[in-house]
Design a protein around this ligand. Structure first.
Ligand code: NDP
Ligand code: OXD
Length: 313
């Protein structure tokens, strides 16, 4: 069995060393090595180049370093009938939930307002309500959305969830499909996006949808996007942050990454920017995960966490 590593923008050499320790019985090659493409059985990819899959005619599986596969599915020469396994990991989920909890709590406690009061040396006591009076809508109830709910629940927030198929989650009001989307938005004050990027979810974070969010005298709706830049229309976010359709936004992902220096988002006080760091695939847990997938599959077990190409996630 030969495993090919084709990892860009991460330390491929380190992954090769660590995988080598776990998969000693198998041959591991890297991009640039001299190998026979038709002997490659598994390819482990991140941001694959145009020719990444050339000549790989005997692949058993494509292993994707990330949880999101939108870019991979767009690859022009992605082999058609080869199963794709994506990354599902407790630590990845924990990191994403850390990001979500930090941002939800920050907005709930009106840090933006008090930061601006500080600039003006203003002492203005407004007491944020308890968390059980604040509604948080989570878009995407998959691996990451479910974990975020588990971590937000003990904090007391009113939780709402939106997915494609209907879910039953204790203590969460759930909505499914396009027909229930507006009801979900109308009840959400803080909107958290943890959807995969697909044809259906592209540009879901747009001005029309921002206008539907729940607003009150003391709270202007907030969005938190930790999924993909393709979910958002940045010109709409800028407009909404300026005209107070949105009180604030926390963005970890952008239409173009790195976010261009010319973007107005950098200038807006009520826009919190992080450089796509909400949750990163951890090499330790990743090596355990992907080596187990390969060993199990070589022993005849089925692949897990497969991507459904038709759904796009
Ligand atoms: P999952 O595939 O486990 O979950 C996806 C969820 O979205 C499911 O609940 C699914 O519904 C729902 N969904 C999909 N399409 C629609 C739709 N059209 N309408 C409503 N709901 C929909 O994904 P993960 O939770 O593992 O990851 C989510 C995304 O997070 C990734 O795709 C990636 O883009 C992003 N990510 C970002 C990171 C970062 O650092 N910023 C790090 C890791 C991931 P159903 O349950 O019915 O199928
Ligand atoms: C992912 C990411 O999809 O890091 O895993 O964005």
């Amino acid at each position: 069995m030969v495993l090919l590593l084709h990892l860009n923008n991460v330390d491929e050499e380190q992954w090769a060393k660590s995988l080598g320790k776990k998969l000693g019985q198998y041959l591991i090659v890297r991009q640039g090595d001299n190998y026979n493409p038709s002997e490659i059985k598994y390819i482990f990819v991140w941001k694959p180049d145009e020719g990444a899959f050339d000549g790989l005619d005997n692949l058993k599986a494509i292993l994707c370093l990330g949880a999101g596969v939108d870019a991979l599915l767009e690859h022009r020469s992605l082999p058609k009938d080869v199963p794709i396994v994506r990354f599902v990991d407790d630590e990845l989920a924990q990191c994403m939930s850390d990001y979500v909890v930090a941002n939800v709590t920050m907005h709930h406690r009106l840090f933006c307002r008090y930061q601006s009061d500080k600039q003006n040396k203003t002492w203005s006591q407004f007491f944020p309500p308890p968390a059980n009076e604040r509604s948080v809508g989570i878009m995407g109830l998959g691996e990451l959305g479910k974990d975020a709910i588990t971590k937000l629940k003990p904090l007391g927030f009113k939780l709402l969830g939106f997915s494609r198929s209907k879910k039953q989650i204790a203590g969460v009001t759930t909505f499914a499909g396009e027909q229930e989307f507006d009801d979900f938005l109308r009840q959400s004050e803080i909107l958290v996006n943890l959807l995969p990027l697909t044809n259906e979810t592209k540009h879901i974070l747009n001005y029309d949808n921002f206008k539907k969010l729940k607003r009150s005298k003391n709270f202007t709706p907030v969005i938190i996007n930790a999924a993909r830049g393709g979910h958002q229309i940045e010109s709409d976010i800028i407009k909404a942050l300026k005209d107070k359709t949105l009180g604030a936004a926390s963005l970890d992902v952008f239409e173009i990454e790195p976010l261009p220096k010319s973007s107005e988002l950098w200038q807006l006080e009520n826009c919190f920017i992080t450089p796509h760091i909400a949750a990163i695939s951890n090499p330790q847990t990743g090596v355990n995960y992907f080596s187990k997938i390969i060993i199990d599959h070589e022993q005849g077990k089925p692949l897990s966490n497969l991507v459904d190409r038709k759904r796009g996630y």
